[in-house]
Design a protein around this ligand. Structure first.
Ligand SMILES: *Cc1c(COP(=O)(O)O)cnc(C)c1O
Length: 398
């Protein structure tokens, strides 16, 4: 296999070029598309080579729980996109989040996290980590004073998502990284909603970025996957051995699907952002819409932070429909193109009612505190013609 890093001698390549070519390793067959290596193990030409590889003295693959050529191509391409020194792929976004947290923490440590977390991330912070002696404090992520007040001498990790699910709040990553570092902690950012095209948390001061590749990176609703990105030192200190020994590995098949997904990521995100912005404006001017949540709009509460740290408003739009739960259900049920699903980042536009699906396990009080009312719908904008999407929404509302 040969590493093919085009343009090593030229000016730095653009993201779209890296996403088509970056990380490609061609076998001696010279295949055009990245090869899919569905293999668990590897054979060695002789015992000396096996010994040298196990000692780390010779390059090469050992076992696909921790290294596989197709997975390695995906990791390299993700690292180039994120501007990270190192990347490790995982079986799902939750495997990435769990490893990024557990890999850094031990009994007696403390975590500070924004309350508005993806449901399973909240489970990791609120239920799982405390079972292993790691305490946690949840804060309102937009309130920097709460982050400062929550820091303790034993705080090791700060954790946030931005924009948040489903109310699309935006948190100041650079400021929160500063608070974390002043207290001797690291900052982990779940960057799923922003996507690597629109926001670069490492450049803003975060120590580690995690993705559910299930969402925009696949982008066509097929495979589960995840990625952890950080400096080589961070990966070696906290992630490499944890993944190698516990085994939440990304399947080579799924890595291959994700690699192909990355080739079209810039086109898809640009189109989906454009549609989301147009849909947000169309919804905002409808009399049955009480409120629109979109980080690209001038009425967004953290619009200044969003403008500073994101290069687009994102592919999701949330909104409150008149008539509470009944109004929201009636509208979603009348949609003909947009489908009802809790997934996001897909080529297909998908709508969900968070209060009764993704956030139904929370108490009504907890939902109120997160601004998740019964009238709230979350729309993930797909790749359909935007005129058809707006028409679908307007017909459903009228
Ligand atoms: C989907 C999602 C996850 C979990 O990813 P899976 O691939 O489903 O395990 C974590 N965080 C956010 C923000 C997500 O949207």
């Amino acid at each position: 296999m040969a590493d093919e890093q085009p343009g090593a001698t030229r000016r730095p390549l653009g993201a779209a070029t890296q996403l088509v070519h970056g990380g490609t390793m061609r076998s001696h067959f010279g295949e055009t598309s990245e090869a899919l290596f569905l293999t668990q193990g590897y054979v060695y030409p002789d015992m000396e080579t096996a010994e040298a590889r196990f000692k780390g003295e010779a390059p090469g693959f050992l076992y696909s729980r921790f290294s596989n050529p197709t997975v390695a191509m995906f990791e390299k391409r993700m690292a180039l996109l994120e501007g990270a020194e190192s990347a490790r792929a995982t079986a799902s976004g939750m495997a990435a989040v769990t490893a990024a947290m557990m890999g850094q923490l031990k009994a007696g440590d403390h975590v500070v996290a924004a309350r508005a977390l993806f449901g399973s991330c909240l489970y990791v912070v609120e239920d799982l980590l405390p079972r292993f002696g790691v305490a946690s404090t949840l804060v309102e992520g937009a309130d920097l004073a709460q982050w400062r007040a929550a820091m303790r001498a034993n705080t090791k990790v700060c954790f946030l998502e931005s924009p948040t699910n489903p109310t699309l709040e935006v948190y100041d990553i650079a400021a929160i990284a500063g608070i974390a570092h002043a207290g001797g902690a690291t900052l982990v950012v779940d960057n799923v909603f922003a996507t690597p095209m629109l926001q670069k948390p490492l450049a803003l001061g975060a120590d580690c970025v995690v993705y559910s590749a299930t969402k925009h990176i696949d982008g066509q609703g097929r495979c589960l996957g995840g990625v952890i990105l950080a400096s080589e030192a961070f990966i070696q200190a906290h992630i490499h051995n944890f993944l190698r020994q516990t085994g939440p590995s990304l399947s080579p098949f799924n890595a291959w699907v994700m690699l192909k997904g990355l080739e079209t990521l810039p086109l898809r995100i640009a189109r989906q952002c454009e549609s989301a912005a147009a849909i947000a404006d169309a919804l905002a001017s409808h009399r049955k819409i009480a409120r629109v949540y979109y980080p690209g709009r001038a009425d967004h509460p953290q619009r200044a932070v969003a403008a500073r740290q994101m290069s687009g408003g994102g592919t999701l739009v949330s909104f409150d429909v008149a008539g509470g739960k009944a109004g929201a259900f009636a509208m979603a049920n009348r949609l003909e193109i947009i489908r009802i699903s809790n997934n996001l980042g897909d080529a297909k536009s998908l709508i969900t009612h968070p209060a009764t699906t993704t956030h139904q396990r929370l108490t009504e009080e907890a939902r109120q505190r997160m601004g998740i009312g019964q009238s709230l719908l979350r729309l993930s904008c797909g790749l359909e013609d935007v005129a058809d999407l707006i028409d679908d929404l307007m017909r459903a509302l009228d």
